[in-house]
Design a binder for this molecule. Sequence first.
Ligand SMILES: NC(=O)C1=CN([C@@H]2O[C@H](COP(=O)(O)OP(=O)(O)OC[C@H]3O[C@@H](n4cnc5c(N)ncnc54)[C@H](O)[C@@H]3O)[C@@H](O)[C@H]2O)C=CC1
Ligand SMILES: CC(=O)C(=O)O
Length: 371
Amino acid sequence: MRIGVPTEIKNNENRVAMTPGGVLTLVNNNHEVYIQKGAGLGSGFTDEQYQEAGAHLVETAQEAWSQEMVMKVKEPLAEEYQYFHEGLILFTYLHLAPEPELTKALIDNKVVGIAYETVQLPNRSLPLLTPMSEVAGRMAAQIGAQFLEKPKGGMGILLSGVPGVKRGKVTVIGGGVVGTNAAKIAMGLGADVTIIDLSPERLRQLDDIFGSEINTIMSNPMNIADCIKESDLVIGAVLIPGAKAPKLVTEDMIKEMKQGSVIVDVAIDQGGIFETTDRITTHDNPTYEKHGVQHYAVANMPGAVPRTSTIALTNVTVPYAVQLANKGYVKACQDNEALLKGINTLDGYVTYEAVAEAHGLEYRDVHNLLG
Ligand SMILES: NC(=O)C1=CN([C@@H]2O[C@H](COP(=O)(O)OP(=O)(O)OC[C@H]3O[C@@H](n4cnc5c(N)ncnc54)[C@H](O)[C@@H]3O)[C@@H](O)[C@H]2O)C=CC1
Ligand SMILES: CC(=O)C(=O)O
């Protein structure tokens, strides 16, 4: 199969969808990889390294996009829709629930849209989302700590406190991969940490992991309101796979927060869990202030630590890419139910129920379309 890897164009997105090691794996499986020149530089991979691994270098995005399968990191931006073509296999993060235009462009062009974030194993884990959630969760605590500093617009507290001065309070809403990693780092910084989740089973696991070092609280509107009123930093880490994130924190709750407190809405890529995170921010201009609270809502947080993130991401995506390339998407997805769950668009239809629901579009069962 011919596989294209274009340069990422989102603001400060320095990740790339394949390392030279990934190229070598695909080449050893008799595939051809077309990398846009310079695509790996942000992650520290040179064109020469790709060539040595057997990649063909191409000058333009158009050439990278005109292959049978395209691997990317981020969901395509509007200027990339022009490259969509019928039957193209697009293997990348898509986050379609909050993206009506992208969904329409994929359907109109009959793209086979396979979303990293909805590939799901039988134990319900999301193997192609997990590494980036680990990165973003760990970053969320350190970013929150930074924006609590006065010169960054925060109230001017140190999360650890110092002897004689109390510690800062961090609430993490959603105790999955992002939430657990955020909690770990926030605890490491010395904060007083609370995790809120809807699943009693998950709360029990978190209690087993962290013991009396953290507080675990059941998710409901009253508990959320009580916790965030007291918090200096609140991290949004809820996910309902494929669906638009539920707005669990209302604007009225935000108004009750302390002046100079900070929210980091990691779930912004699925629309965000705070009523006031009504826009996506960028690494160039990551925060805005509303009701005296700093809002951080960057949808590609791992893009800021591209070396770590590219390696972590491609460790998990390349084995699936090999299956797609070796067998073709139909057989690969028929043989692997986890990969099948990644198909969000096919033959001009939405094939992921939560995405169809989010946009009021017709849903088609992927099993019927694959035959
Ligand atoms: N902004 C960025 O750069 C990045 C964003 N993300 C996003 O972070 C979000 C979280 O991802 P993961 O931690 O991997 O998901 P996950 O599936 O591991 O965890 C989600 C957690 O939310 C909990 N939950 C569901 N409904 C809830 C409710 N009503 N109240 C409280 N908890 C609830 C679930 O029980 C689960 O424990 C996703 O939207 C993901 O795409 C991930 C990586 C990078
Ligand atoms: C998960 C995702 O969208 C990201 O890593 O940017």
